[in-house]
Structure formats: C-alpha cells, structure tokens
Design a protein around this ligand. Structure first.
Ligand code: NAD
Length: 284
C-alpha cells in the first residue's frame, strides 16, 4: 500500500485527489492546510494526521516513509513545496501548473537528481479519448491545421476576490485556466513559434498562437454567457474546431483517477511538460 501526504486539503481540487488515493487503495497519512474546514476526511481517512504548520508537516514527512506528497495548494506555492517534498525523501504529484517559471523547472530537475525522487504532474486533459485520437491522426499528417478554441468556463464573483485572480499567485487567467488548452495545443500540434495576446481583461482573453503544425485562434472567458442576448445556453462550453471538425472537451474534469494511474506507471513526469512551462514563462 502506498502512503500519501497532501497539501491544501481544505481546497476545491484536494477532494478529487483524496478520492483517487482512496480508489487506488492508498493511505493518506498526513495533510496540511492553513484552514481547518477538513472534517470530510474523517469518513475516508480517519487516521490522517492534520497539520496547520508547514515545518511540522515536513518534519513528519521526513521521518516517515511517504511515497508521494500531493500538492493542491495555490500555484505560487508549488515550487517551494515541491522542493521541500523532494528534499524530505518523497516523490511528488503536483497539480497544474507545476511551476510558473522555467528556471524553477530546471531547479526541480537538479533536485530530482540529488534526491533520486521524482515529480509528476496532473494534466488530465491529455487523457481525453477524443484528444488522444486527434494527436494520433495529427502525427500522421504533414499539413498545417487551422484551429479555433472557444473555452467558456463561468466563474462567479468569488473568483475575482481569490488568489486565482491575482496574477502573482496564479499567473492570471491565461496561466490558471487557459493552461489546459495551451498544453493540449502544444502536445498535439508541436512547439509554439509565436503567441499574440490581442484582447486582455480579467474575465476574458483572446489571441492567436502559431505552432509547428497549426495556427490557432483562441478565446478564454469566465464571463456569464447564459443571458438573453446570447445563443449559448450553458455557462460552460469548451470546444476545439480543427479545420471543419469540432471536438467538445467538456468532460475532462473526471480524469484525475486516470491521471493517477498513469503516474503510478511512471508517466506524466514533469519533463513531459517542459514546453508548456516554457510557454507559461512567456505568458505571465
Ligand atoms: N487539474 C485541474 O483541473 C484543476 C482544477 C482546479 C485547480 N487546480 C489546481 O490545483 C491547485 C489548487 O487549486 P484549488 O482550486 O483547489 O484552490 P483552493 O483555493 O480551493 O484550495 C487551495 C487550498 O490551499 C490552502 N492553502 C493556501 N495557502 C496555504 C499554505 N501556505 N499552506 C497550506 N495550505 C495552503 C487553502 O487554504 C486551500 O484550502 C492550483 O494549482 C490549481 O491550479 C487544478
């Protein structure tokens, strides 16, 4: 049985991770959060040791055999927490974006060599079946595609008061939300050559990106589309049009468990995401 420790237990995404650890018959032995609204854990991992202090959490991790520290904290904390986890003798599973600066990515690779531990990432959209097929088909063609991405994913007023809307903490809308489709674009259509951000505000950004095998126009918006003047009825609509074909990628939120299974096989290592981390360094 694998032992896990988790950072950011009280947050939104941590619940998906706790579910995965449970489904994989792992044991969550410790967790850290600065907030203590974590009572849900009693019905799943009743013996989990809860910490509010990061130093105490890492002393605990260092003194026990913890296979993976799972990082579900705000993105600006990831690098330091990855560093401390590796130095404490654990592998890491970190939510997207693993880090925001490319220099930090390079430091992690060095730390991995020093500690002989590894850092893995959650980028679950790469596991969507339709997108996997598109990648396979694209690998077999030489022509360049015209791509259009419309990524509408509503967020209420809380978002604008949260760390997620603070550029230094999350990287802003492009890093925090558009990262999902930018990663997919690079993964399917190859390296990026040029990116242009045309219209930018807190709740909506538009632009173009030129990749090795595609030219893509994209829009990401967290505005409410569900109003009378708009044809779109849902508050969420995530589509990719490739030449004339439309792919809908609305269901990717259920792919965490598949991502965990890949990590357990040694896949989804941070080095598989170097291109997207490089792009984030340009965007932020
Ligand atoms: N893969 C996905 O689809 C997906 C979805 C949502 C979020 N995420 C990523 O997961 C991470 C967390 O996002 P979230 O939506 O759960 O955020 P959140 O704000 O809901 O949760 C973050 C948690 O971290 C805790 N925290 C903050 N500072 C801390 C500190 N210094 N020490 C310990 N705990 C601290 C907060 O109290 C909170 O409980 C982010 O990196 C985000 O990009 C990924």
């Amino acid at each position: 049985m694998k032992n896990f420790a988790l950072i950011g237990l009280a947050g939104f995404v941590a619940k998906k991770h706790v579910k995965c650890i449970n489904q994989l018959k792992g044991n969550l032995v410790a967790a850290l959060d600065k907030h203590d609204n974590v009572g849900f854990i009693d019905s799943i991992f009743p013996k989990c040791n809860f910490f509010k202090n990061e130093n105490n959490f890492f002393s605990y991790v260092k003194n026990r055999k913890i296979d993976y520290v799972v990082i579900c904290s705000p993105s600006y904390l990831h690098f330091n927490q990855i560093r401390r986890s590796l130095l404490s003798g654990s592998n890491v599973i970190v939510e997207k974006p693993p880090v925001i600066k490319f220099e930090d990515y390079k430091k992690i690779l060095k730390l991995e060599k020093k500690t002989k531990k590894k850092c893995f990432c959650i980028f679950q959209l790469r596991l969507d079946k339709k997108l996997k097929k598109l990648k396979k088909d694209t690998n077999q063609t030489v022509s360049k595609s015209n791509v259009e991405i419309k990524y509408y994913t509503y967020r209420g007023s809380w978002y604008f008061k949260s760390w997620k809307n603070t550029k230094n903490y999350s990287g802003g809308l492009l890093v925090n939300i558009a990262i999902h489709f930018f990663d997919i674009l690079l993964w399917i259509f190859g390296d990026f050559k040029k990116i242009k951000v045309k219209k930018r505000k807190d709740s909506r950004v538009e632009g173009t990106i030129i990749l090795k095998k595609a030219i893509a126009k994209w829009i990401v918006s967290i505005e409410d589309l569900n109003n009378k003047n708009n044809k779109i009825k849902s508050r969420y609509s995530r589509t990719m049009k490739i030449d004339k074909k439309i792919i809908n990628f609305d269901k990717f939120n259920d792919l965490h468990l598949t991502n965990y299974k890949e990590i357990m096989k040694g896949n989804f290592h941070i080095s598989e995401f170097s291109n997207i981390i490089k792009l984030l360094s340009v965007l932020k």
